[in-house]
Write a protein that binds this ligand. Structure first.
Ligand code: BGC
Length: 251
């Protein structure tokens, strides 16, 4: 498995990892999932990462890790839906030391965006692509001609006087008990706003709820082409592994 870097997806409820076959854009073996410790402090989470790494003794080489916050050159800069003790941490240095492997962290939506651009719904697409993830928050990845502009944080745009993800994420929909139609109105507002600001050639809608695209995709009324993500819950792990391989110059 020497050519299969490990991808780890650090989410609010689960931490999942698998070695990734970067030619196929898919897991090389079945993934391992461990519940996210609460509180998800760096120390507690590092222990889970250790356990995941130990599950794949044949995997060598770099490790890519996602985080649901801003990560600039390995440094954690925000934690909207994450334990605040991560802020200011040099995650790459801490994890590289703790796991004794080169570790490269990136924003979760950026990982999904890299994966969708390389293997999924945006594969082979030139121009400006916006990948969004609808979940606890709203994540975004801005990709121009296949190149990622990291940390765009478009879930934090203001929409009708409120942070967009507080109104239009999957969790916001569940909390407010919105029907698909009611959510569709909010998503239309949100995606039209993105369209006006970025004039993307393609918008990709990811996050767990993209499985239910048949129920809500047609309710998003936006001029730009808009499609569901295709890597589904594999995007974070695959994108993280790809990021690590690229950071090491192996891809
Ligand atoms: C965070 C982003 C993250 C998104 C999805 C937002 O609250 O600020 O960094 O990508 O949630 O997890």
């Amino acid at each position: 498995m020497a050519n299969h870097p490990l991808g780890i997806d650090f989410g609010g409820t689960g931490i999942k990892g698998a070695p990734v076959d970067l030619d196929a854009g898919d897991f090389a073996t079945k993934r391992k999932r461990i519940a996210t410790p609460q509180p998800a402090t760096p120390d507690a989470v590092v222990e889970v990462f250790r356990e995941i790494v130990a599950q794949f003794p044949d995997s060598t080489g770099p490790i890519g890790v996602t985080l649901p916050g801003v990560v600039q050159h390995g440094l954690v800069k925000s934690a909207a839906n994450l334990d605040p003790s991560w802020i200011g941490q040099d995650a790459d240095a801490i994890l590289t030391d703790a796991l004794q492997r080169e570790v490269h962290m990136l924003n979760d939506a950026d990982a999904a965006g890299l994966a969708e651009a390389a293997y999924g719904a945006a594969k082979g697409r030139g121009g400006v692509v916006l990948v969004t993830t609808l979940g606890t928050g709203i994540g975004s990845a801005l990709i121009n001609d296949g190149v990622l502009v990291p940390n765009t944080e478009l879930g934090h745009l203001e929409l009708d006087g409120e942070v967009a993800e507080k109104r239009a994420s999957t969790v916001a929909r569940e909390k407010a008990g919105l029907s698909w139609e009611e959510w569709g109105v909010l998503l239309t507002r949100y995606y039209r706003h993105l369209d006006r600001l970025f004039t993307p050639d393609l918008i990709v809608v990811g996050g767990g709820v993209s499985k239910a695209w048949e129920s809500f995709g047609h309710l998003i009324d936006v001029d730009c082409e808009i499609v569901p993500a295709t890597l589904k819950n594999r995007a974070g792990i695959v994108g993280a592994a790809l990021h690590a391989a690229r950071a090491e110059g192996a891809r």
